[in-house]
Write a protein that binds this ligand. Structure first.
Ligand code: 0L1
Ligand code: MG
Length: 263
């Protein structure tokens, strides 16, 4: 476990890297004790710094590395999580400037909102379904503060799981008899289909990712709060973005969400 001074130092360097759009080297080389538990402490400190300096607050959580493809790519066997701040949320129709990011990428996801607290240690998929008020289509814009988007898991966790911005569609869909595993989606870039998939890519069922999050948060004394937004983790590999690009994701029965990027 890393000491408090080192935890604070890494958090400050990550904050400055994002602010100045100046990528940094991986921290695991300089700090070999940066294990997963220490990395979540760095993330907590980074969020504390951002919240106070930017006068913002937590509105939810994001999951990362929830698909087997992304886990295999990183050589890990479980997802990661990060915090969503109010300042990261964009709304439909907002053009998004790439000037605020280092090397942004985009991911299609499903967003959940809950009608009660979800607290571990043993939350099941059924309990997540029971607590879900609505699901919505979502696009997450990720960015990494590391050179070349290249990092180890503790580096990425420290970096708030590569968070940047997110947008959720404003059609709030109740789960009712929806089979989320089979919910199909089409991702388009500049009007052309880039990929299609079903939400089963996310751990077999996106609600399984939410139960993993609740049980993982329990270990650090936290829970998912009523009304918080949770992003399921990407259904597909992240796509790179160029200025002028327009992306849309459309889901069966959930509706769609779209973003245009400017310079
Ligand atoms: O939202 C994500 O899936 C990002 C997780 C962190 C690792 C990455 O940047 O791919
Ligand atoms: Mg994501």
């Amino acid at each position: 476990m890393l000491g408090t001074d080192d935890i604070n130092q890494i958090a400050v360097e990550l904050y400055e890297s994002e602010r100045q759009k100046n990528p940094v080297n991986n921290f695991v080389d300089k700090y070999p004790q940066l294990d997963e538990a220490s990395a979540y402490k760095v993330q907590e400190k980074l969020i504390e710094i951002k919240s106070s300096r930017e006068n913002t607050k937590r509105v939810g959580h994001k999951l990362g590395l929830t698909s087997k493809a992304k886990q295999n790519m990183m050589g890990v066997h479980e997802p990661s999580y990060g915090v969503l701040l109010e300042s990261m949320q964009k709304y439909e129709g907002d053009p998004i400037s790439l000037s605020g990011s280092i090397h942004a990428k985009i991911e299609p996801e499903i967003a959940f909102i809950f009608n009660k607290e979800i607290k571990g240690p043993a939350v099941t998929v059924a309990e997540v379904m029971e607590a879900t008020s609505y699901v919505m289509p979502a696009l997450e814009i990720i960015d990494s503060r590391f050179h070349g988007f290249s990092f180890t898991l503790p580096d990425a966790v420290s970096d708030n799981s590569s968070s940047s911005l997110f947008m959720i569609g404003e059609r709030f869909q109740r789960l009712d008899d929806l089979d989320l595993r089979l919910t199909g989606m089409v991702l388009k870039k500049n009007g052309e289909i880039m990929s299609t998939a079903t939400a089963a890519n996310v751990m077999g069922h996106p609600a399984r990712a939410i139960s993993w999050l609740a049980n993982k948060l329990y270990k650090v004394g936290q829970s998912i709060q009523t009304g918080e937004i949770v992003l399921s983790g990407s259904i597909l590999a992240a796509e790179t973005i160029e200025p002028g690009d327009h992306f849309s994701v459309s889901f069966d029965r959930l509706g769609s969400v779209e973003i245009t990027f400017t310079e």
